[in-house]
Design a protein around this ligand. Sequence first.
Ligand SMILES: [Mg+2]
Length: 233
Amino acid sequence: MLDYDGVLTPFSDYPKAAKPSRETLDLLKKLAGDPRNDVVIVSGRDKKTLDEWFGYLCIGLVAEHGVWIKEEKKDWVITRPLNTGWKTKVHSILEGYVDRVPGSFIEEKEYSLAWHYRKADPELASVKAKELTDNLTSLTASIDLQVLQGSKVIEVRNLGVNKGSAATRFYSKEAYDYVMAVGDDRTDEDMFKALPKTACTIKVGMQPSHARYNLRNYKEIQKLLEAIATAGK
Ligand SMILES: [Mg+2]
């Protein structure tokens, strides 16, 4: 189970720019081509983007941090019905922050809204990010929403779906003898926590985590995955 941004690709200033490289796609193909493996990309991205990038591969996909699930060669299914009535109000709050923090922008997905500030002045952005988190947390306490602080992004989404519930669905499909999960973000902690203690969970980056292991960056992950892909051949 592999997160995408920061794991299979270096972190990019614009989400759209972080397209998978030829090497990454070949690597996934190699991993998925081994009948002993099942590969799942567990991402926060929308399903359209994941389809464009990975739709042709024989792998499982998770979009919007667990809202949508696509098993190998099947259609997308929503994991549980969600309402989106909150989006208009939250969107207008985020717009206020886009105006005040140059370089920041809103990303809209079906069941979440994200405010990105990768390209903004780091000092101003971190002050405003804190303020926005407080604003949103008090607003969303009464609604069924969750505010998530990721890497240079604040995301608001419906409560109760996360990468953990999605990972569990894939994990319980079969009696797997080895499970590996890799992620770099706070949203990946849900996945690390949901998997059994015996799973090989890897955090990319050296921050404390529920994962059992840490690797420094996506390059080290690439090396590890290459080694797995070529092992036993
Ligand atoms: Mg990530």
